[in-house]
Ligand binder design. Structure first.
Ligand code: KG4
Ligand code: ZN
Length: 345
């Protein structure tokens, strides 16, 4: 072991409440998940066809303490074993974020366990470290979720260069809006994923948008409008809409753009490692498309299990660990920042 510094194990208690999942986890050394508790509010918001921020905050308040307790109990640890409390402080819904931030601050204040504010997107990226023990930066990562579509160069732990982002709707947002328009309801992503197996992805030709001046930026609002126009045209002409064909053709357009932009970034960076993250990364058709393309081009492809793609606290524990060991500890003035940008602290 000569020359190698041995560091004691670090246990992170992580809290996530940025949208519609109340989640807590215990993570060892950034990569080993001892517990990962997720209390989803999906059923509640389904009634309204999308996330209702006020209801989300109220539900987080009801759930947060028991979710944290369950995370500790499942991991078979107590607060005395915890080295740091990591919490998502942005981006997200302000009222929802505040619940997790307040809970984490209160525990930290009462126990003197250090507090670490974590960027939600950084959490999504770090979800890749959990099941891929060999993955180390640098690599390219596509983050596609309900609120974000980012192409990121992960330079080092906690160091990111944003290559491209969406100019309008996020990929997941487009899935949710199109699903609503074709009568699939909320949450749209998993429903389009499933119904697309019964449809023809070549049935309707939807646009693959390019953004002028940037090969890496995304734009999904034109695609969403094209789907809405197609549905209106069908209605006016009395042509029956084949739901599965619309879903499969829309999804193919999104997948093509995400793969195309990502492969350009991989080729131009010369990097041989590529990861995906965020709720849309759980899409089975997207995963297959990347598996095939990366295999063809000799790129190592990393993707978290679907449960670690959608919002969870284990990913916040992974990101929080790397921030903590670099000395990035937050004060009790940590606040919720709804539009926090990646790379800012
Ligand atoms: O990462 P996430 O759980 O929350 C945000 O940070 O936004 O992502 C949620 C988004 C939703 O828009 C949802 O429709 C989408 O991820 N999503 C999917 C799939 N599962 C979730 N999109 C496509 N295919 C899926 N299987
Ligand atoms: Zn998310």
């Amino acid at each position: 072991m000569a020359g190698k510094k041995i560091m004691a194990d670090k246990l992170i208690l992580a809290v996530e409440s940025s949208c519609d999942e109340t989640a807590a986890a215990v993570v060892k050394n950034g990569r080993e998940v001892l517990s990962n508790i997720i209390s989803s509010q999906i059923d509640l918001h389904t009634l309204y066809g999308g996330v209702v921020p006020e209801i989300a905050s109220r539900k987080h308040t009801e759930q947060i303490n028991q979710v944290i307790e369950e995370a500790l109990k499942t991991a078979n640890v107590t607060l005395k074993d915890i080295d740091a409390i990591a919490v998502t402080y942005g981006p997200g819904l302000v009222g929802a974020l505040l619940v997790g931030v307040s809970a984490a601050k209160a525990i930290s204040f009462a126990t003197k366990i250090p507090l670490v504010g974590v960027h939600h997107i950084e959490g999504h990226i770090c979800a890749n470290f959990i099941e891929n023990k060999d993955l180390e930066p640098p690599f390219i990562c596509l983050v596609a979720s309900g609120g974000h579509s980012h192409l990121v160069k992960v330079l080092d732990y906690g160091k990111y260069e944003i290559l491209g982002r969406t100019r309008d709707d996020a990929a997941g947002e487009a899935f949710d809006k199109v699903a609503r328009a074709i009568g699939l309801g909320y949450p749209g992503g998993p429903k389009i994923d499933k119904v697309s197996y019964e449809g023809n992805p070549e049935a309707i030709s939807f646009p693959r948008a390019k953004v002028e001046g940037s090969v890496y930026d995304f734009s999904f609002s034109g695609l969403k409008s094209a789907v809405l126009n197609y549905l209106n045209q069908c209605e006016m002409k009395g042509i029956p809409v084949v739901q599965a064909d619309v879903a499969a053709s829309f999804q193919k357009a999104v997948v093509d753009v995400l793969v195309d932009h990502s492969m350009t970034a991989i080729r131009e960076s010369g990097m041989k490692k590529f990861a995906i993250a965020g709720g849309v990364a759980s899409n089975s058709h997207l995963r297959k498309a990347f598996e095939e393309t990366c295999a063809k081009e000799g790129i190592s492809f990393y993707r978290p299990s679907p449960i670690l793609c959608t919002d969870n606290a284990a990913m916040i524990g992974a990101a929080g660990y790397y921030e903590f060991i670099q000395g990035n500890v937050s004060g009790y003035d940590l606040n919720a920042v709804p539009n926090l940008r990646l790379g800012e602290r």
